[in-house]
Design a protein around this ligand. Structure first.
Ligand code: K7E
Length: 769
């Protein structure tokens, strides 16, 4: 093999040249030496061994964390705590082209409020879709507290597909929480306000301001929320907080806590004591209990009216139908968490030091026996605390959220003020263990912790403040997710992970093997609608068309393709004022062979994964030359993956003058190139022989690589023919250029072939006769 061929192939493969003779750059050290040098204890090394994931290793769980103010979702592995992906949800995210291509702009546009683009979100609670209370790994939901919205992410490609805006609320917090078969996704208000479209002064707070709880209907087959069949409970202006859906025994019911049931309205500027004074004066607030099953039947029976396009169950109707009840709960509670068996609900008061465990059984007995201690000002029956309480446990100051273990009766509660995790037994009502964490913890999360069969194993503490835990990076600090081993009697802290993207309020983790994401799309795919794109293009069928309407407004529409290492078309022409609509299809089949597309001055950045068709629309309003290129280092000739948009004055004719060549080629250049190509072909033949002598058809990854390679080799033949023709006419310029293009296709073929060969070797492919 000539050096030139060898070098080209190793570059294509991303290998350093001459890597064989590598010298270790760190002296080998024993474990003892490393421990001493780095000041590590045996406990540290044990913790490291529990999280360290060797190169190429996979994680047992995948965690989906809210991205707080970033309006995104962060995906990381457990126990390695390696960040794997950010998913753009409510916020444009250029890496994924999210909010830059037309397809995803359409998703973000669903989240407009009163016609206004809202380009951020305050994401709090992710939830994984469930079947019979088990995570099914199909969809992820996440809410936006600031603008009452809910998003649907499809876990077959980890992309945001839908955003719905609550047509009644002005704020929300108690979402997203799913019912056990993902029939509904719960979303409760936070700050009461008159329902959308209405105005009332603050003096009319008690009468005109309202809370609410929406049950968004979810169509699991379509993978979309169905606003038409969703419904909302009108609730008092009590600042509803978190929710949880009942399961097993309590299936069909929902639980939502609240704070500021004082209905206090602050207003320092009117000489009134602030909200915080008046919102925490009573000793108790209310846990709201809603019967969604019966409510859904009422909606189905046509007995509920719509407001702003949403079924709204007025309090009066809910009370009459027996759908809504209240129970006192500790001062300023935060978090309502149903046990895996659905028998109990844990609520903690931020300004109390107890968790309060309610018995669903007792609640039902009170409801059935109509045993109430009174009514609230809106006529909602109140169940006495003593008639609903199972137990009360002193867990520490400022308890917030609770998660459950795989072991029966074992729960973990985050203790905000004391900065610790308390492990306790909710059946017997006693504390089992406490672990200090760094620092003020908000939510905590156990593996598959919201399902009917939590896995236990690990707990993640989502700490609000990192303070001094990491290298300083300025006044704005990352947050600190701490991984805790909960497999033993005592909790053991394993790892600190800085999270530098907003305040991740909550996270959910699912067994990694429940997720089967795609590695490529079907060719010409609109990933946001999950349908074939009408703008898909195939190789050799690319086209650019300029059409003008009756008013003389013209549009240049490009149906193009990208494949290593060229963009078709390489030249696009438009006249000043034209609308340009680009649609690019990635023709690759190979895993991870994504192409980007960026253009000067037009805010265009696409991420075009294998199979995807992505579009960009803009107005070419200024005469000029606009270079464009691929933004992913997809091959050795990435930098050459480029082109020009020429925006000319009206009527200007381009391409009329003859191109002046930068370099002139001779017959000798052509012959040298042909020799290289012949040698390269020999390498390809060897690789092909290896692949076809093995059971490669048993490996879908290899089949895809072979398809791509065959495709590239087909192009190589076409280029060879053009080179031969030019040589026949002694046009050495074109003969040399086409011979070089022929070689480019060969290099890509070899790259794909070698990747397939390596895959077969690493996966113990068998020889076939
Ligand atoms: Cu930050 Cu669930 Cu929104 Cu508690 S929430 S901490």
């Amino acid at each position: 093999m000539s050096t030139k061929v060898q070098k080209a192939i190793s570059i294509a493969l991303g290998l350093g040249f001459g890597l064989g003779a590598s010298v270790p750059f760190v002296h080998a050290q024993t474990l003892d030496e490393v421990m001493k040098a780095r000041g590590l204890t045996e406990k540290d090394v044990l913790a490291a061994a529990k999280t360290y994931t060797p190169s190429g290793g996979r994680d047992e769980y995948l965690a989906f964390s809210s991205g707080g103010q970033s309006g995104q979702v962060i995906v990381y592995g457990i126990p390695s705590m390696r960040i794997l992906k950010y998913i753009g949800v409510f916020t444009p995210e250029p890496w994924q082209g999210y909010g830059f291509d037309d397809e995803s702009k359409a998703v973000l546009a669903q989240g407009r409020i009163d016609g206004k683009d809202i380009s951020f979100g305050d994401t709090h609670h992710p939830a994984i879709s469930e079947t019979e209370g088990e995570y099914n790994g199909k969809y992820l939901f996440i809410n936006d507290k600031a603008n009452p919205r809910l998003a649907v992410i499809d876990l077959h490609d980890f992309e945001t597909k839908q955003i719905v805006v609550n047509p009644l609320f002005r704020s929300e917090h108690g979402g997203a929480f799913v019912t056990p078969n993902t029939e509904y996704v719960m979303e409760a208000t936070q700050y009461a306000a008159p329902y959308k479209g209405d105005f009332a002064p603050l003096e009319e707070f008690n009468d005109k301001y309202r809370g609410g709880l929406t049950y968004w209907s979810f169509n699991s087959e379509k993978g979309r929320i169905d606003p038409e069949n969703s419904f909302t409970f009108e609730l008092p202006p009590y600042s509803q907080d978190l929710s949880d859906a009942g399961k097993k025994d309590s299936y069909g019911w929902g639980f939502t806590n609240s704070f500021c049931s004082e209905r206090y309205v602050g207003g320092i500027e009117r000489g009134r004591p602030p909200f915080e004074a008046g919102c925490s004066s009573k000793d108790t607030d209310f846990l709201h209990i809603t019967n969604w099953k019966k409510a859904a039947e009422l909606v189905k029976a046509g007995k509920v009216q719509k407001k702003n396009g949403m079924y709204l169950i007025p309090m009066e109707q809910a009370i009459k139908e027996g759908l809504l009840y209240l129970i006192p709960e500790p001062k300023s509670p935060h978090g309502a968490d149903v046990t895996p068996d659905g028998k109990y609900i844990t609520v903690s008061g931020k300004l109390d030091s107890h968790t309060w465990v309610y018995s669903f059984d007792k609640i039902m007995k009170a409801i059935e026996g109509k045993k109430f201690e009174g009514k609230d000002p809106y006529g909602i029956p109140i169940i006495a605390l003593k008639d609903a309480l199972h137990t009360q446990v002193q867990v520490g100051l400022g308890p917030l959220h609770t998660q459950y273990d795989a072991k029966p009766c074992v729960a973990y509660t985050s203790i905000y003020v004391d900065s610790m995790i308390t492990k306790w037994n909710y059946c017997e009502g006693k504390v089992l263990d406490q672990l200090p964490i760094q620092y003020n913890v908000g939510h905590l999360m156990a593996m598959e912790g919201d399902s009917v069969t939590p896995d236990g194993k690990y707990l993640v503490a989502l700490n609000k403040l990192a303070i001094d835990r990491f290298n300083p990076v300025g006044p704005l600090h990352p947050q600190n997710h701490q991984l805790i081993d909960i497999s033993g009697e005592k909790m053991q802290l394993l790892y600190d992970m800085p999270l530098p993207l907003g305040e991740p309020h909550y996270v959910v983790a699912i067994k990694a093997d429940k997720l089967q994401p795609e590695v490529r799309y079907k060719s010409g795919w609109n990933s946001r609608t999950d349908e074939k794109s009408p703008f898909a293009a195939r190789a050799g069928r690319e086209k650019t068309e300029r059409t003008c309407d009756a008013q003389g407004k013209c549009t240049v529409e490009v149906l193009g393709t990208v494949i290593r290492s060229h963009i078709t078309p390489e030249i696009i022409e438009a006249e000043e004022g034209d609308t340009v609509r680009l649609h690019l299809t990635n023709l690759e089949r190979a895993q991870d062979e994504v192409h980007g597309f960026a253009m000067y001055g037009q805010n265009v950045q696409l991420s075009i994964e294998p199979g995807k068709t992505a579009s960009a629309t803009f107005i070419a309003d200024k005469v000029g030359v606009y270079p464009y290129y691929c933004t992913e280092f997809c091959s050795a000739l990435l930098l050459e993956m480029q082109g020009y948009l020429l925006v000319t004055n009206k009527g200007f004719k381009t391409g009329e003058a003859k191109m002046k060549e930068g370099t002139a080629y001779t017959k000798a250049d052509y012959q040298t190139q042909v020799k290289t190509n012949q040698e390269t072909q020999a390498v390809i033949d060897q690789v092909v022989a290896f692949i076809t002598s093995h059971n490669y058809k048993d490996f879908p990854t290899v089949v895809a690589l072979v398809e791509d390679a065959t495709d590239q080799l087909g192009h190589a033949e076409g280029a060879k023919k053009k080179a031969d023709e030019a040589a026949g006419k002694e046009d050495w310029q074109n003969a040399m250029l086409w011979a070089n293009q022929w070689w480019q296709y060969q290099v890509k073929t070899a790259d794909l072939g070698l990747r397939a060969k390596t895959y077969l070797e690493q996966n113990q492919a068998k020889k076939v006769k």
